[in-house]
Design a protein around this ligand. Sequence first.
Ligand SMILES: Nc1ncnc2c1ncn2[C@@H]1O[C@H](COP(=O)(O)OP(=O)(O)OP(=O)(O)O)[C@@H](O)[C@H]1O
Ligand SMILES: [Mg+2]
Length: 224
Amino acid sequence: MIKLEKIGKSYKADNEWIPVLKNVEMEVNQGDFLAIMGPSGSGKSTLLNLIGFVDRNYEGNYFLEGNIVTSKNDADLSKLRNQRVGFVFQQFNLIETLTIEENVELPLLYDGWSYRETKSKVLELLEKLGIGDKGKKMPKQLSGGQQQRAAIARAIINNPDFILADEPTGALDTQTSNDIMNVFKQLNEEEGVTIILVTHDPTTVKYCNRVVHMQDGILTEEVR
Ligand SMILES: Nc1ncnc2c1ncn2[C@@H]1O[C@H](COP(=O)(O)OP(=O)(O)OP(=O)(O)O)[C@@H](O)[C@H]1O
Ligand SMILES: [Mg+2]
């Protein structure tokens, strides 16, 4: 599904280019549940942003379903981002001034749905994720785990091809963290959603079927 070939990226700091991704080769198949591990500053989020069409300043080739993504313009990339990817973050990143329902509904509205059409779809998904009674609440009124469930709902409401989750359990206690990992696991096993998870936490890795390690911008796959 995703294929990265010889990906390189550098940032400029004090007139010097600092390499952050070095010759990264990676393939992700439909249905994979992949963990990216590695120390702070090793390039994990940089790689995730590139895979999620947020960043297009890099060297090498990115293929999605065999089509090259690398040369696409910003408008095409935003479209890919809206239709193909769901993002989940450590700090949930829900919009504080909107209700849970409105947060989850947003990607559908961006995609051209009318308000009338979205309601039942949003409610159904909130139910499925165990927060069916929270739709009218504001994000601040929910626990961390409930907010992350809402963020996952927002990430998958558009039926994306894959989910990119950047330390989604980093702000949660152990029990809640396991609950959230079980949500991901269920989506992966029962609906075949492809998940790429950045994590520091070895206990979340047992939910994944592949693990890659990032160290100083170099990616290696763990043989299991
Ligand atoms: N916009 C930027 N400008 C300059 N340097 C950057 C920028 N974004 C990231 N970097 C640098 O790139 C390197 C990799 O950053 P990245 O955020 O990908 O690391 P990470 O593995 O996600 O770390 P963490 O686990 O702390 O989130 C770091 O050295 C960081 O300082
Ligand atoms: Mg990071």
